[in-house]
Design a binder for this molecule. Structure first.
Ligand SMILES: C[S@@+](CC[C@H](N)C(=O)[O-])C[C@H]1O[C@@H](n2cnc3c(N)ncnc32)[C@H](O)[C@@H]1O
Length: 226
């Protein structure tokens, strides 16, 4: 998979993308990241890409011209067409289902906003998908783009080691993950559930499912499917 990230703060990406699982995914050549500075497509000598909003009001708005030119130029950097996403608190809410769906794409291009957001005309011209990572407002789209990249890339087959199971994770099958325990068996007087060292895999499986159901009903009845 190829992921292009467009931002006016492109240096924010590398520290996250080059560490841990995302770094390993790049080394395994299962994903390639390309960060682009939208200012490179500014239409003036001061590299300005924002201006005051028509109609007045606080803050600045990202101009349509540099963003659309940047996306058009980046698109031509590879023959594979991109699935184009714009980070926006007004967009469709990102979830595990969307992450799974995006993990099957060959190429994704993510546009990150700043300031008060974008000149609305970018949506008319580029017809991107607006995606939100939750009902709160970040200062910029970079952390949202990294969140999406992280959730998507770990689902690409081969990215996680065989020891990391994706099957029982939270949100799959409408359930949160079951509670986990590790050594020592007793810590600060609290024992791990005895059943987990019984060696009876069928019973352990049953216990885990029951606990996952219990937890989901208590914390997230909205995702629980009977
Ligand atoms: C300060 S926000 C602009 C918010 C905009 N004025 C509004 O109320 O919808 C600047 C940028 O951060 C990004 N952003 C902020 N919150 C986000 C969220 N919840 N999900 C995805 N992107 C977000 C978007 O790219 C947005 O253009």
């Amino acid at each position: 998979m190829r992921i292009d990230l467009l931002s006016i703060f492109p240096k924010m990406f590398a520290p996250i993308l080059n560490e841990s699982i995302l770094g390993i995914a790049q080394k395994k050549e299962l994903v390639e990241f390309f960060s682009h500075d939208i200012r490179d497509w500014s239409d003036n000598k001061h590299n300005k890409i924002d201006d005051k909003p028509f109609g007045g009001g606080p803050g600045m708005v990202m101009k349509a011209g540099p963003i659309v030119t940047a996306v058009e130029a980046v698109e031509k950097m590879d023959d594979i067409p991109s699935r184009l996403l714009v980070m926006s608190p007004q967009g469709k809410r990102f979830d595990q289902k969307m992450a799974r769906e995006l993990s099957t794409e060959k190429r994704i291009c993510i546009i990150c906003g700043r300031y008060e957001g974008f000149d609305e005309r970018i949506f008319e011209v580029l017809e991107p998908e607006e995606v939100s990572i939750g009902d709160y407002v970040l200062t910029g789209g970079e952390l949202a783009a990294l969140t999406i990249a992280d959730a998507v890339v770990r689902l690409i087959p081969g990215v996680l080691g065989s020891g990391d199971s994706l099957e029982s994770e939270s949100f799959d099958n409408g359930l949160l993950d079951f509670p986990q325990y590790t050594q020592p068996f007793e810590w600060r007087g609290i024992k791990a559930p005895e059943i987990l060292r019984s060696g009876n895999h069928a019973l352990i499986e049953k216990w885990r499912r029951e606990k996952a159901i219990e937890k989901t009903k208590a914390r997230r009845p909205d995702i629980f499917k009977d």
